[in-house]
Design a protein around this ligand. Structure first.
Ligand code: AMP
Length: 213
């Protein structure tokens, strides 16, 4: 089963993908996490990605598609995956469809998590991420049990450099221009379900489960 999570930055794709991963046993494949790992390890890929990430722009398709398809080829993805942050434009969506079709596979569902721009800015300005397992927290809405430490793995929490207001504005612009057209693309294929991101992560998770069932 292949499920794609769509939504603006801060919509809660990562949180929902992690909850779905726990429930379904499917691997969570988050392109942003893969880039952040490469950046931390200072690999060639990380060095290239950094230039785009710090401006809030998309890393070129050629690099991104190769990285994600390689990840989908790993043993933990044989039964499918939860795609979080990929595809982000039509080029990537078509590349994913083609790669899956070559293996007689296809995307089963696309979940569009809807959130207002004001809510995105509120969420991202107070978001903290675990440097080890990438679990997200929010200063007031979803704080960790111990300040600065991840509940799941005890890792140190940090604020993403691209969550600063100027970069968030750019990421939102990129989202509207590049990613929004994917909603029509998946609507046409009858795979799209839409869920409003409100009421907290658990409520959104229940709405997603209901939509998937
Ligand atoms: P995210 O964690 O999904 O918000 O991604 C953080 C940053 O990584 C984005 O702002 C982009 O610079 C880059 N990135 C993540 N996913 C993609 C993608 N599918 N295509 C291009 N760039 C991406």
């Amino acid at each position: 089963m292949y499920i794609v999570l769509l939504g603006a930055p801060g919509a809660g794709k990562g949180t929902q993908a992690a909850m779905l991963a726990e429930k379904t046993g499917l691997a969570q494949v988050a392109s942003g996490d893969l880039f952040r790992k490469a950046l931390k390890e200072e690999t060639e890929l990380g060095k290239i990605a950094k230039q785009y990430m710090e401006k809030g722009q998309l890393v070129p398709d050629e690099i991104t598609i190769k990285m994600v398809l390689e990840r989908l080829g790993k043993p933990d993805c044989t039964k499918g995956a939860l795609l979080d942050g990929f595809p982000r434009n039509l080029e990537q969506a078509k590349a994913l469809d083609n790669a899956l079709a070559e293996q007689s596979k296809a995307i089963d569902k696309v979940i569009n998590i809807k959130v207002s721009e004001a809510e995105v800015i509120k969420r991202l300005s107070r978001r903290w991420i675990c440097g080890v397992c990438q679990a997200p927290y929010h200063e007031t809405d979803a704080p960790p049990k111990v300040a600065g430490k991840c509940d799941r793995c005890g890792g140190e929490l940090y604020q993403r450099a691209d969550d600063k207001p100027e970069t968030v504005q750019e990421r939102l612009k990129v989202y509207e221009k590049e990613t929004l057209p994917l909603i029509q693309y998946y609507k046409k294929s009858g795979k799209l379900v839409e869920v409003v991101s409100e009421g907290g992560p658990k409520a959104v998770h229940q709405k997603i489960m209901a939509a998937l069932n």
